[in-house]
Design a protein around this ligand. Structure first.
Ligand code: CRA
Length: 776
């Protein structure tokens, strides 16, 4: 680093560590690419607008099997390894589960030696940093790149021009597109190291640069410096910010441009790598699979067809068939507001050639399927429907949990399922045990290794071998100690980072995830108020002390959940300072939840809140992380909760609430919310306290809108599920009072989480979707 060790700062050590680890991975990295090329291996191209890799260095050290020696080397140098890695920024290039899933899958692909590239955008500003002011969320820019990105390599030689705008004309020989501008996509590569270090893949993130001719020299010379740089500025804006919302499309033009930019650069790169070793483009499906992570990269079909037809002279139908064989699409949500549609006019303006191809694809569907396709429209009411487009350009479409996939088939794409039965399949999400157990919970990881030996890291089903130990009091005690250690670690971190005190003896009850009405943080905080009221009414009773931990960000424009954030903080301020209840109930909401915070919170949790309105959470992956770390779940029959409960056993899961079908039926009942509230005295008491301003004395009417909405509308059925949630919480208390019983339930959860490894999920994708054989 050009610094004397005695004068090196933590940042210097971190940069040195990053370069050292990258160097350790380089031979494998080059080897993996060489073998893929020379042996003609099929490789996966995972296109995602979001990646949430978390801090990279400790993970790299673990996967290279170097963590202990790195740490010892730092000791010799008088430097603390933990301090070095604690300074690393957490690249927040995603909103939530979808981005984190992409990161888990890349890590599993590398571990399974499945040749793969992750493709995304290198946002200069990641997801905003969340602060609280008077309990309200305020957003500040996230500057994750200020100390560089030392683990990655910029590759200025790998760059593609991405065309935008202009005109198309149908000449005789084919269609000519004369784009108005071209932006340059420049590659930045991060090694993705498989466990053991034997295989290394690449996460390739594009940044947008203006082509050299974008600065308007005439305007510049005339003194119009800002005007001259207009197009250039727009170019740079493309990879400047991540959209801080996963449900609505803001800044439509910019967002669509970002999606095209990612997709075009990535598909060009896929073709480029193919053509390095092959000539015959008809063999593309033998060498490349492209997976679309939700519809954000759904232009991959039209873009691949465009490149094949316009630049490589392939006929349209052949190109369209090739695209279908290469592409797969994962759907991650049923929420109507998240199903992307782009106005035809916008598409014509930005991507006229793609629009033409989409129209042609639409005609093709009808030509092939005749009247059976009468309900299929890629373009409808002046909108291009990206979900439909993704389905018709893919040979496989998958949902992310059994329940979700069923709903995708039945409710989202029933007409498309009927056209091509079998195209839609389920691949339940998974999480990598390397980050979510080995890295996040070293004490539990060590106990597991001591008990069943190593090897579980890559064969998570082996956790089953823990089950017999659930009857051994010594083991249960050791298990309890790991939880205690994690709580102490969390306490230290909360104190140092946020000045928050954590009572470590209490039951830690945690809900961390994006804020959304369907995730029902509101149900959780209303119950907390109810608990507080009941403790006050009966202070002598034997209350199990609880700490309610919340974490998560709201989309900046989503005012309804910003109110819920404020309510949580307001309630926290009152409850936490109540001397009568302080020892039994506390609320903690550290700001700026991210992967790093998850790594501290999840191992320490006793209870995992997975309480979405049934039918609305596609899968969830936090639910898996908690159970793997020995937290018990209180949850609805939603997403992957259903399968987690089947695996761990109904007796080891706190179930409550309406089912997905009951939710639909209940919504049809007029006045359901009012009826539910009138039946529940505890809920009435809670709503009354909030409406009276108990938690906002300086502005008593602050939550009148929220309370009103609950009485009169309650789309997410908070009122309908309140009493059931309360009864389930009482069962939680009862179980917790018997520590051995609780411990046994927790160990059983850990032991039965094997199938939620992302290795299982990725093997499933390899077999059923990508057609990539397992490495021998
Ligand atoms: N918000 C779903 O809501 C799911 C993840 C990953 C989500 C989660 O239930 O676990 O995807 N959907 O499959 C999404 O982003 C665009 O849709 C999510 O993260």
């Amino acid at each position: 680093m050009g610094v004397e060790p005695s004068r090196a700062q933590l940042l210097d050590w971190r940069l040195a560590l990053a370069h050292t680890l990258r160097e350790q991975a380089t031979d494998s990295w080059l080897d993996s690419a060489r073998r893929t090329r020379e042996d003609g291996l099929k490789s996966v191209n995972y296109l995602s607008m979001e990646f949430l890799p978390g801090r990279l260095l400790e993970d790299a050290a673990i996967n290279l099997r170097l963590r202990d020696s790195v740490s010892a080397s730092f000791d010799d140098l008088g430097v603390n390894f933990a301090d070095v890695v604690a300074g690393e920024p957490d690249p927040a290039l995603g909103n939530g589960g979808l981005g984190r899933l992409a990161a888990c899958y890349l890590e599993s692909m590398a571990t399974l030696a499945c040749p793969a590239h992750g493709y995304g955008l290198r946002y200069e500003r990641g997801l905003f940093r969340q602060h609280f002011e008077d309990g309200r969320q305020v957003e500040r820019p996230d500057e994750w790149l200020t100390s560089g990105d030392p683990f990655s390599l910029s590759r200025p030689a790998t760059a593609y021009a991405v065309p935008f705008g202009g005109e198309v004309s149908d000449d005789d020989g084919g269609t000519a597109w004369r784009p108005e501008t071209r932006l340059v996509a420049a590659a930045h590569d991060t090694p993705v190291i498989g466990y053991g270090g034997g295989w290394v893949n690449t996460l390739r993130l594009w940044s947008a640069l203006p082509a050299a001719d974008l600065l308007d020299l005439d305007r510049f010379s005339a003194g119009d410096f800002f005007g001259a740089a207009e197009t250039e500025t727009w170019a740079r804006t493309l990879s400047r910010v991540l959209y801080p919302t996963d449900t609505t499309d803001l800044g439509r033009r910019l967002r669509l441009s970002q999606e095209h930019f990612l997709t075009s650069a990535s598909v060009q790169d896929v073709l480029h790598r193919f053509l390095e070793t092959q000539q015959d483009l008809r063999r593309l499906p033998e060498h490349a699979a492209i997976q679309m992570n939700d519809t954000h990269p759904a232009l991959a079909g039209p873009e691949l067809i465009r490149l094949l037809v316009d630049e490589h002279g392939v006929g349209f139908d052949t190109a369209a068939d090739l695209a279908v064989q290469v592409l797969g699409y994962t759907n991650h949500t049923l929420l109507p507001e998240a199903l992307e549609m782009w106005p035809v006019d916008l598409m014509r303006h930005l991507l006229p050639r793609h629009l033409q191809i989409i129209e042609r694809l639409d005609q093709r569907v009808h030509a092939v399927h005749g009247s059976a396709a009468d309900d299929v429209h890629l373009i409808e009411h002046g909108q291009v429907k990206m979900g439909e487009l993704a389905v018709v350009t893919s040979h496989r479409v998958n949902g992310v949990s059994a329940l979700h996939t069923d709903l995708v088939r039945r409710n989202l794409f029933p007409h498309l399922e009927a056209l091509t039965p079998g195209r839609i399949l389920n691949v339940t999400n998974g999480i990598t045990p390397r980050r979510w157990l080995a890295l996040a919970n070293p004490a539990l990881a060590d106990l597991v290794t001591e008990t069943i030996g190593p090897g579980w890291e890559t064969d998570l089903d082996r956790l089953r071998e823990l089950e017999p130990h659930a009857e051994d009091p010594n083991f249960l005690e050791a298990f309890g100690r790991t939880k205690h250690l994690a709580k102490h670690r969390l306490a230290t971190w909360l104190d140092e980072e946020h000045g928050i005190e954590l009572p470590v003896e209490a039951l830690l009850d945690v809900q961390v995830k994006r804020l959304h009405e369907y995730k029902r943080q509101l149900l959780n905080i209303l119950w907390t108020v109810s608990r507080w009221q009941r403790i006050k009414a009966d202070p002598g009773a034997d209350w199990v002390p609880r700490v309610k931990i919340f974490g998560g960000k709201a989309a900046p424009s989503y005012t309804a959940v910003k109110d819920i954030i404020r309510l949580i903080n307001d309630v926290g301020a009152v409850i936490n300072s109540d001397p009568e209840t302080r020892e039994r109930l506390r609320i903690i909401y550290p700001p700026n939840y991210n992967v790093t915070m998850a790594e501290k919170l999840i191992p320490a949790a006793d209870l995992s809140e997975q309480i979405s309105t049934a039918g609305m959470e596609a899968s969830g992956t936090g639910n898996m992380k908690f159970a793997l770390n020995g937290a018990l779940t209180i949850g609805t029959l939603d997403g992957a909760n259903v399968e987690i409960r089947e695996e761990v056993g109904a007796e080891n899961f706190f179930l409550f609430g309406l089912t997905a079908d009951e939710v639909l039926a209940r919504r049809e009942q007029p006045g359901h919310a009012r009826a539910a509230i009138e039946q529940s005295q505890p809920l009435q008491d809670v709503l009354q306290a909030i409406a009276e301003g108990t938690f906002s004395p300086e502005e008593p009417a602050r939550y009148s809108g929220l309370v009103d909405h609950l009485w009169n509308s309650d789309w997410f059925l908070v009122a309908s599920d309140f009493d059931a949630y309360n009864s389930s919480q009482e069962l939680v208390d009862m179980s917790y009072r018997d520590p051995l019983r609780w411990q046994r339930m927790a160990v059983t959860n850990v032991a039965r989480m094997g199938s939620f490894s992302s290795d299982r999920a990725v093997r499933h994708y390899m077999r059923e979707i990508w057609n990539v054989p397992p490495a021998q």
